[in-house]
Design a protein around this ligand. Structure first.
Ligand SMILES: Cc1cc2nc3c(=O)[nH]c(=O)nc-3n(C[C@H](O)[C@H](O)[C@H](O)COP(=O)(O)OP(=O)(O)OC[C@H]3O[C@@H](n4cnc5c(N)ncnc54)[C@H](O)[C@@H]3O)c2cc1C
Length: 418
């Protein structure tokens, strides 16, 4: 594949390094540790590319999917982690290959607005947010960021806007987040595209199967992200060359290597390590539902970010507005609340009180649906991982990029090495 073809297929993902031992491609048997989206997609892409390859997927839990899961109660439905995808042809290709295109829809055009609460007042996030920063200041800090290793706070010189951005993506404040890892195209990290950005963008847009996404749109699945995990699981079960082993927690590469009779270069580590406290942030996820008439004052939109750390809720997502598939019973609306543990003392009543203040009183549903951890990506993170010696094969959101488009893309790029 030419360099240009790869850029058209993967876009800015080409800036991200693959942490892969070159000997991996010589394997006849591969063990993948971790059955989240990245381990599953990698197993699927490898099994498609090389039907002769023996692939063993090991997962410590008794279920697959990792942090992705979908909560359901009657007609209420809500994803616990990711609920939609931003456009990327690799994600569209995965949906098509898994034969779930009919369930995959662009999100509701009317629910695009995002808001931020600053000093107690709600503002719509838009190009005017950039005006608040100032074009010249922004341009100067983008230029500085090209040296590498800066934080998002340094890249975007408006603390609250920068915090809102990182909170919405990684549940952390902007001074703690590596700009190269979060937005490598903005900091110009890694290799450069072989053609002008605008030309490349056009070519990428022509490269989408199923449907061409509109600018600024996102897309989601009927039935939530569970639909994706179930489809992947079915494909893996149907593959003759993949075996899945649940309730497995290998101790080390050495032990795996001797147990399966393979070199360590044939082991792919897709298991996010949440062992050390300082390496992740933790949050609880709540749902709150209302009768339509009680929240008619709440404008239809994507959601609201709350950078103020004195408020225990960091984000409110308008779940039932956003998707083109149902998330709430008829005549009702559903909202998801993100509650970072760094802001919260564990008292659920407090969350309800704040949610009622921002939305409305008398919800018909209020429930905590789970807890999730998100890896930390401190300034300099991308530079550090790109210098890792690729003796190990590391994949997944602790190295690939934080979003599902990154892990899905990474799996395809790895299969191409075979
Ligand atoms: C609250 C939240 C909101 C998010 N929102 C978005 C969003 O809006 N958009 C977006 O694109 N992405 C979002 N994401 C990120 C997205 O969910 C991840 O990028 C993706 O799911 C990561 O998949 P993974 O397989 O790399 O990791 P994981 O899902 O963490 O999977 C790792 C797997 O490895 C297993 N494992 C761990 N240790 C071992 C071991 N020793 N042995 C065997 N197995 C092991 C785990 O049990 C797990 O199944 C969000 C995530 C969270 C938590």
């Amino acid at each position: 594949m030419t360099d240009l073809e790869s850029w058209i297929k993967y876009g800015d993902e080409m800036r991200r390094p693959l942490i892969i031992n070159p000997d991996l491609a010589n394997s006849s048997k591969v063990v993948i540790v971790g059955g989240g989206l990245s381990g599953m997609t990698c197993a699927y892409r490898l099994s498609q590319k090389r039907p002769d390859l023996e692939i063993i997927l090991l997962e410590k839990n008794d279920f697959l999917g990792g942090v992705i899961s979908t909560w359901e109660s009657g007609e209420w439905l809500c994803d616990l982690a990711v609920n939609a995808t931003r456009p990327h042809p690799a994600f569209w290709r995965l949906i098509e290959d898994l034969e779930i295109s009919n369930s995959f829809k662009p999100s509701n055009e009317k629910a695009k607005s995002r808001w931020i609460i600053l000093n107690g007042r709600k503002h719509r996030l838009s190009m005017s947010s950039i005006f608040r920063i100032g074009f010249f200041r922004m341009w100067k800090s983008i230029k500085k960021s090209r040296k590498g290793g800066v934080s998002v706070a340094q890249l975007i010189p408006h603390k609250q806007i920068a915090d809102a951005l990182t909170l919405g993506i990684v549940n952390d404040t902007s001074e703690n987040v590596d700009a190269d890892f979060l937005m490598p195209s903005m900091t110009s990290f890694g290799p450069k595209p072989p053609v002008k950005k605008s030309k490349l963008k056009k070519k990428i847009l022509q490269n989408y199967p199923i449907f061409t996404p509109k600018k600024g749109s996102i897309a989601s699945l009927e039935g939530g992200m569970k639909t994706l995990i179930t489809a992947l699981e079915e494909k893996l079960h149907d593959s003759n060359n993949v075996s899945i082993k649940l309730n497995q927690k290998p101790q080390s590469l050495e032990s795996l290597s001797s147990e399966y009779g393979i070199p360590e270069s044939s082991i792919i580590w897709a298991a996010t390590d949440f062992q050390e406290d300082e390496k992740f942030t933790e949050l609880s996820i709540f749902v709150i539902g209302f009768k339509q008439e009680h929240v008619k004052n709440i404008e239809m939109g994507y959601g609201t970010l709350i950078p103020d750390t004195k408020i225990p809720i960091s984000g409110i997502l308008n779940e039932s507005d956003l998707h083109n598939s149902s998330r709430a019973p008829k005549g009702h609306r559903l909202f998801r609340l993100m509650v970072p543990h760094s802001r919260w003392n564990g008292d659920e009543e407090i969350i309800l009180k704040h949610a009622e203040k921002f939305l409305a009183t008398n919800p018909v549903l209020f429930s905590k649906i789970g807890v999730r951890k998100i890896p930390r990506y401190e300034p300099g993170y991308m530079a550090k991982i790109s210098k890792l010696e690729s003796e190990k094969n590391l994949i997944g959101w602790s190295v690939s990029g934080v979003s599902i488009t990154h892990v899905v893309c990474e799996a395809e790029r790895i299969a191409e090495l075979f």
